[in-house]
Each structure stands twice: as structure tokens, then as C-alpha cells.
Design a protein around this ligand. Structure first.
Ligand SMILES: Cc1cc2nc3c(=O)[nH]c(=O)nc-3n(C[C@H](O)[C@H](O)[C@H](O)COP(=O)(O)OP(=O)(O)OC[C@H]3O[C@@H](n4cnc5c(N)ncnc54)[C@H](O)[C@@H]3O)c2cc1C
Length: 376
């Protein structure tokens, strides 16, 4: 193996010697990829095509031991480190330029405990992976479902049963599936029943209603793949809003009218409910005064058009910031947003998070994220 150039955490350049690289490679259960090797480009490519970075090394981890081996190597060499899980972060924080990327996207195991309504998922899982396993038990994760159907009922817990009568998931599902698919699903459920003549009547009724073992529906989280597919170019600007005001809606319409790409959108979705009922310091993200997320999502295909679409999103956001609570959602921050915007995302909890960071990662090894520096 030849020597390769890499980048340290502090940004300086270094050369990695072949013996160390060979040791890392043989110590992994997964593979170690260098530029030019088969699979390297696929591994460094993420959902947002705006992100085009080249790690010096990619460790495709298959388990915890691989993660630890990669982490040890990065620490010993003070290498810049990034972690790719699902690779869906808008800012492309999963991919380091010139450092070591720990690629966890092959680790997609899901273990469901239906009695406890708990699922354990490996870090490379997408929501669709979790859906696939939980639906076997008639369960679904609430993530991203609630605001789509607008329920304001108290949150009884994170997991919902797909067949509980009060659930409005079915209404959403009907809209998506259409009549023809519903007829097909009904026929399939009947067939299921017919194929299981040994079931007692109660169990059989439960099955026909859609309980354990029922015919699976489309994974709900996959619905977004249609409008926000992997491989397009994306740029977002986002704010938390205290509610929906008439003036805000008028501005929203105005900026939507100036949209520069058919894939772009101005989106608002409700997040109020359980979020507002907890005390501000209940958990890191805070923002207990937020009722709505505003997300201005530019999306397009041609790299030559970057400037025009980015500018549309920025100018709409500059104009609409006046309606903000002052807070923002950390996972929607784009590449160039750091400093003040990260503090805005955590609000009063920021100082406490600095303490946590100082205790657990004083050298800031994990810094390829919307970083909270362990400053003194
Ligand atoms: C279309 C779309 C819709 C979305 N909708 C929602 C939504 O409804 N609700 C919501 O909450 N979010 C939503 N998001 C945001 C998304 O949840 C975040 O961007 C999230 O970070 C993506 O997770 P990922 O595993 O793909 O992260 P990646 O892009 O792989 O990584 C993101 C960051 O997390 C770090 N990281 C990842 N795994 C680990 C690990 N195991 N240990 C330490 N650090 C790690 C990485 O270093 C990086 O800094 C949406 C994103 C997209 C693209």
C-alpha cells in the first residue's frame, strides 16, 4: 500500500505510512477504501448532491469493533474524522475532506420488542428500515407522521399501533394508496385469513383488522423519497415560528410565487404539543416556544444553477426571519451556518452542552457536526 496524504483535525496536512494503513485494513471486518478503489465514490456520495468531498480514507464498518478500530486510528494520527450514518444531513456533515470517514451505512440491523414497544436500531438505519421491521408487529415510529396528518391529541408515547381505531394514519394512507390499492389490500387480507384455517376466531378477527401478521402497507417514511429524492441538489433555510400569522402566510405566498425551481418549496409543519409541555431544560434541543417549523427548501438538478436557487432560499429566509421565535432546528442548518446559529438552536441549554462536551470529548475529536466546542 502506498503512502497517502491526509488532513489532521487542525487542518494541517500529513502523510500516512503504508504499514499503519495495512494494519488498519487487516484489522477491520469491513473494508478500508482509498480514492480510486472500487466502492469509494459510492461510499462518499450522500443524499445532497451539493456535497462533493473526498475523504483520504473510508472505513466501511460492519460492527462496533470496526468503529473502535477506526476511531483509535483517527485519534492516534490526529486525523480529521467524520461519521456517516444515513448520510441525509443537509450540510453534508457525514463526509470529511481529506480525513477518515467512518461509514456506518452498512450497519442496518433493527430489533423490535413489541411488548415494550421498543426498537433498537443500528446507526446506519434509515427510517424506512425501521418501518419495515416494526410493521411486522403492527407498529410504526411516530417520527414525521404526526404533523403530516395534523393530530393534536396528547402524545401517548413514541410508538403507535397501526390498527388502533383513533389513529389518523389510515386517513393519510387512504389518500396515498388510492381506491384501487385499498381494494387490493382488502383482497390480500382476505387471502391471509383463508390461508390460516387453524387460527381461532378471535385471532383471525384481529388479523383481518390488521393486527399482528397483517399485510404490510407502504412504509410511511418512504413517502418523502418522491419529493426529496437522493442525488438532487439541496439548500435549506429554516426557523422556528411561534405560530401561523396572516402576515407570515402572505409573505410565504409571495416567496413561493418567486420560486426558481419546480422542486423547491416553502414548507411549514406543526411541531407543537408534547414539545411545548416540557420544561426548557428537559432535553438538549429546547425551543419549547416553537409551534411551527418553517423550512425554505431549494432543490434543483443542474450544478450550473446553484447560485440562483441558493439566493432564492436565502432572500426568502432573510425576509421571513422576522416571524421567528429566534430559535432554529439544528438538523436543518446548512453548510455555512455555525456559531450564532448553533447557539440559537440550543438556546439556554447551550452552556450546559458545553459542559457535557468538555467532559466527554475535551479534544473535540467529534467536530464534524454542528459543533459545540469544549471551550474554557
Ligand atoms: C428529506 C429529509 C427530511 C427530514 N425530515 C426530518 C424530520 O422530519 N425530523 C427530523 O428530526 N429530521 C429530519 N431530517 C433531518 C435528518 O434527520 C438529519 O439530517 C439527520 O442528521 C440525518 O441523519 P443521518 O443518519 O442521515 O446523518 P448523517 O448525514 O449520516 O450524519 C449527520 C451528523 O451526525 C453525526 N453522526 C451520525 N451518526 C453518528 C454516530 N453514530 N455517532 C456520532 N455522530 C454521528 C455525523 O458525524 C454528522 O455530523 C430530514 C432530512 C431530510 C434529508
Amino acid at each position: 500500500m502506498a503512502t497517502i496524504e491526509a488532513r489532521r483535525r487542525d487542518g494541517s496536512r500529513m502523510t500516512l505510512d503504508p504499514t499503519g494503513l495495512a494494519t488498519l485494513r487487516t484489522g477491520l471486518r469491513g473494508s478500508l477504501l482509498l480514492e480510486g478503489e472500487a466502492g469509494y465514490d459510492e461510499a462518499r456520495t450522500i443524499w445532497n448532491a451539493m456535497i462533493d468531498r473526498r475523504p483520504a480514507l473510508i472505513a466501511r464498518c460492519l460492527g462496533v469493533a470496526d468503529i473502535l478500530a477506526g476511531l483509535r486510528f483517527a485519534r492516534e494520527h490526529e486525523l480529521a474524522l467524520s461519521i456517516k450514518a444515513g448520510g441525509h444531513n443537509i450540510a453534508g456533515l457525514a463526509v470529511t475532506d481529506g480525513g477518515l470517514m467512518l461509514d456506518l451505512s452498512l450497519m442496518r440491523g433493527v430489533w423490535v420488542d413489541p411488548a415494550a414497544r421498543r426498537a433498537r436500531a443500528q446507526p446506519g438505519c434509515l427510517l424506512g428500515d425501521v418501518d419495515r421491521e416494526t410493521q411486522l408487529h403492527g407498529l410504526a415510529d411516530r417520527a414525521r407522521l404526526r404533523f403530516r396528518h395534523g393530530s393534536r391529541r396528547p402524545d401517548p408515547g413514541r410508538w403507535i399501533r397501526l390498527h388502533d381505531p383513533p389513529l389518523r394514519l389510515d386517513q393519510r394512507q387512504r389518500a396515498v394508496d388510492g381506491r384501487r390499492d385499498r381494494r387490493r389490500a382488502a383482497r390480500a387480507r382476505e387471502r391471509d385469513g383463508e390461508r390460516r384455517p387453524l387460527l381461532g376466531p378471535a385471532r383471525r378477527r384481529r388479523q383481518l383488522r390488521g393486527g399482528h401478521g397483517h399485510r404490510l402497507r407502504a412504509p410511511p417514511h418512504r413517502l418523502l423519497d418522491g419529493t426529496q429524492p437522493r442525488g438532487r441538489r439541496y439548500y435549506w433555510k429554516s426557523e422556528y415560528l411561534p405560530g401561523i400569522e396572516k402576515d407570515m402566510l402572505a409573505k410565504m405566498r409571495e416567496h413561493a410565487g418567486r420560486i426558481t425551481s419546480p422542486h423547491s418549496a416553502v414548507i411549514v409543519f406543526a411541531v407543537d404539543g408534547a414539545l411545548n409541555r416540557r420544561p426548557a431544560d428537559h432535553s438538549a434541543v429546547g425551543n419549547r416556544d416553537a409551534a411551527v417549523v418553517l423550512n425554505i427548501t431549494a432543490s434543483w438538478e443542474n450544478p450550473q444553477d446553484d447560485a440562483v436557487h441558493v439566493e432564492w432560499a436565502r432572500s426568502a429566509w432573510r425576509d421571513m426571519r422576522r416571524f421567528s421565535t429566534g430559535g432554529t432546528y439544528v438538523k436543518f442548518l446548512t453548510e455555512e451556518e455555525g456559531g450564532d446559529r448553533i447557539e440559537a438552536a440550543y438556546g439556554d441549554n447551550f452552556a450546559r452542552l458545553v459542559e457535557v462536551k468538555r467532559a466527554w470529548d475535551p479534544e473535540n475529536v467529534f467536530r464534524m457536526n454542528k459543533n459545540i466546542a469544549p471551550r474554557g
